[in-house]
Design a protein around this ligand. Structure first.
Ligand code: SAH
Ligand code: SF4
Ligand code: F3S
Length: 469
C-alpha cells in the first residue's frame, strides 16, 4: 500500500495523495499518469462533507496529472467548492469570482458544490468567465467533465440530482494527517423547512458496508488511527448490499477493525437516533464519547413549523438514552434563532432546553431564508436586530454552560491525540469527547500519538493540562 510514493511530494500541497479505497483486486496499485503540467487551485467553503468532497476532487485532479498550487493567480484551473446553507455563505463565492475577473481568458474557472447546484447555469450569467458548474451529485462524472474542459469546451455543466450513486474516487488527497473522513451516506431525504441540502445534494444514497469497511482498513494501513464517518444524516444509513447492515451494526463493524483508536460520526438526526447506537458505543471503547445531535429549537411549535419530525419531549427522550450510556458522552448541537413565527416564549424554551440538556458545544445561527425551501414562503417576521439579540443571549448562556461543564473536568485525566503546537512549549490535541486540550509536556511529543493529560484549568472552549508520565 505504499503506492502514494509514486507522486513527488513537491507536486502536492495540503497532504499526500492516497488511495481512498480498495476495490476487488486493489485499485490502489495503479500508476499515476505523468504530470500534465496543468495546475489547479481549490478553495472550500461549508461543512465537513464539502471538505471531504474537495479531498476527493483533488484526488481526481492529481490523478489526471494536475499539480495543486496555493493561489488562484498561479492556477490554470480555479475551483471553488461552495456552500449555500445561509445567504452569507452563498455570497462569498460571488465575491471570490469577482476578484478573479482579471484572469479572464487565461484561466479556467469552476464552481462546485451547493451554490453550483442551487444557482445552476445562472452562474454563467452573473459571472460569464466561469467555465464549469457542477453540483456534488454529479461529481462521479468529473473526469468526463474535465476532459470536455481540457478539449476546449467553454461551458460545461453537471447538475443532475436524480442519481443513486455515491462519489468515490480511486485517490483522495487528505488534508488532515490525524483524522480521515469517510463518507457513508450522501444526500438527504428529510425536508426541514429552512434547509437547502435536500435540493443541493440530492436524495439519500448509502455506500455498501463492504466498500466503507475496505476504505477504513486501507486508512489504518496508511497509519490513520482516527476516522470520522460522514453524512448529512449518518443514522439514516441503509446498506444497499445483501448484508443490510444498520447504522449501529456498521459502527460495530468499523470499531472491530484492528489498529483503529477512534471512530467519530456526524451528523445524527434526532428522529432516527435509536438506542442501538448507544449500545454500540457502550460495547466499543473505540467509538468516541461524542454525539452531535442538532436540535434547532426547544419549542415543539417551532420544531413542527420546521418539519423536524420530533417534539421537544421526543428529543429529550433521545438525550436521556445517551445520558444512560455506561460512560459520559459529550453532546453538541446546532440551533437556529429567529425562525419565522418564533416568539419570545418559543425562544425562552430554547434557552431552557440548553439548561436541561447541558450541551458541551453548540453551533448557533440566525435564520436565513433560502431559495427552494418551504420556509421561504413564511413571512421572515423576526427583525434582523431581534435575531441578533437572541443569538447573543443564546451564545452567552451556552458559554456559561460550557464553562461549567469543562470546569467539572479539572483534576481528571483524559486521553489526548496530539495534533500540533499551540504556542512555544505548549501542545494541543483533542479528547475522545472532541474537546480541545492545550498542555505542557516534559518532552517533545510526537504528532499523532495518544497521551494521558491531567486537566488543570478550563475555559468555555478548551481545557488546559499537563502530560501525566
Ligand atoms: N444535516 C444536519 C445539518 C445540516 S446544515 C442536520 O440535519 O442537522 C448545518 C446547520 O445549519 C443546521 O443544523 C442548521 O442549524 C443550520 N441551518 C441550515 N439551514 C439554515 C438556514 N436557512 N438558516 C440558518 N441556519 C441554517
Ligand atoms: Fe437539512 Fe434537515 Fe436534511 Fe439536515 S436533515 S440536511 S437540516 S433537510
Ligand atoms: Fe453548505 Fe452544502 Fe454543506 S449547503 S453546509 S456545503 S451540504
Amino acid at each position: 500500500m505504499g503506492n502514494q510514493i509514486h507522486i513527488p511530494l513537491t507536486a502536492l500541497t495540503g497532504g499526500p495523495l492516497q488511495p481512498s479505497r480498495l476495490a476487488a483486486g486493489g485499485v490502489g496499485a495503479t500508476e499515476l499518469p505523468p504530470a500534465s503540467g496543468r495546475t489547479f487551485y481549490l478553495e472550500t467553503f461549508g461543512c465537513q462533507m464539502n471538505v471531504h468532497d474537495s479531498e476527493k476532487v483533488a484526488g481526481v485532479l492529481l490523478r489526471r496529472g494536475y499539480r495543486q498550487v496555493d493561489s488562484p493567480a498561479e492556477a490554470d484551473l480555479v475551483l471553488y467548492n461552495t456552500c449555500s446553507i445561509r445567504e452569507k455563505a452563498a455570497q462569498k463565492v460571488f465575491s471570490r469570482l469577482g476578484q478573479l475577473r482579471h484572469g479572464e481568458g487565461h484561466q479556467l474557472v469552476g464552481v462546485l458544490g451547493c451554490v453550483a447546484q442551487q444557482e445552476g447555469e445562472r452562474i454563467f450569467e452573473r459571472a460569464p468567465w466561469v467555465n464549469l458548474v457542477c453540483g456534488s451529485a454529479s461529481y462521479r462524472r468529473l473526469p468526463e467533465l474535465l476532459a470536455e474542459l481540457e478539449s476546449g469546451r467553454r461551458r460545461v455543466v453537471g447538475l443532475d440530482t436524480d442519481t443513486d450513486e455515491t462519489f468515490e474516487t480511486e485517490f483522495t488527497r487528505r488534508d488532515n494527517p490525524f483524522r480521515a473522513y469517510v463518507t457513508i451516506i450522501e444526500g438527504c431525504d428529510k425536508s426541514c423547512a429552512y434547509c437547502v441540502v435536500p435540493f443541493t445534494r440530492g436524495p439519500e444514497r448509502s455506500r455498501t458496508s463492504d466498500s466503507i469497511l475496505a476504505e477504513v482498513r486501507s486508512l489504518v494501513e496508511l497509519g490513520y488511527t482516527e476516522v470520522q464517518l460522514l453524512g448529512q444524516n449518518v443514522n439514516s444509513y441503509r446498506d444497499p448490499s445483501p448484508r443490510r447492515m444498520s447504522f449501529a451494526e456498521l459502527l460495530d463493524a468499523v470499531a472491530q477493525i484492528p489498529g483503529l483508536r477512534r471512530v467519530r460520526f456526524t451528523t445524527s438526526h434526532p428522529r432516527d437516533f435509536h438506542p442501538e447506537i448507544v449500545q454500540a458505543i457502550d460495547a466499543n471503547p473505540v467509538l468516541c464519547d461524542h454525539v452531535h445531535l442538532p436540535v434547532q429549537s426547544g419549542s415543539t411549535r417551532i420544531l413542527q413549523r420546521m418539519n423536524r419530525e420530533y417534539t421537544r419531549e421526543q428529543y429529550l427522550e433521545r438525550v436521556e438514552i445517551i445520558r444512560r450510556a455506561r460512560r459520559p458522552i459529550s453532546l453538541t448541537t446546532d440551533l437556529i434563532v429567529g425562525f419565522p413565527g418564533e416568539t419570545e416564549a418559543d425562544f425562552e424554551q430554547t434557552l431552557t432546553l440548553l439548561e436541561e440538556v447541558g450541551y458541551d458545544g453548540a453551533f448557533s445561527f440566525k435564520f436565513s431564508p433560502r431559495p427552494n425551501t418551504a420556509a421561504l414562503s413564511f413571512p421572515d417576521d423576526v427583525p434582523e436586530e431581534e435575531k441578533g439579540r437572541r443569538l447573543a443571549v443564546l451564545q452567552e448562556k451556552q458559554r456559561q454552560i460550557q464553562l461549567r461543564r469543562n470546569q467539572a473536568l479539572v483534576g481528571s485525566t483524559v486521553e489526548v491525540l496530539v495534533e500540533g503546537r499551540s504556542r512555544p512549549g505548549q501542545w494541543t490535541g483533542r479528547t475522545s469527547s472532541n474537546r480541545v486540550v492545550n498542555f505542557t509536556s516534559p518532552r517533545v511529543p510526537n504528532l499523532g500519538e495518544y497521551l494521558q493529560v491531567c486537566i488543570l484549568a478550563a475555559g468555555p472552549h478548551s481545557l488546559v493540562g499537563e502530560q501525566v508520565i
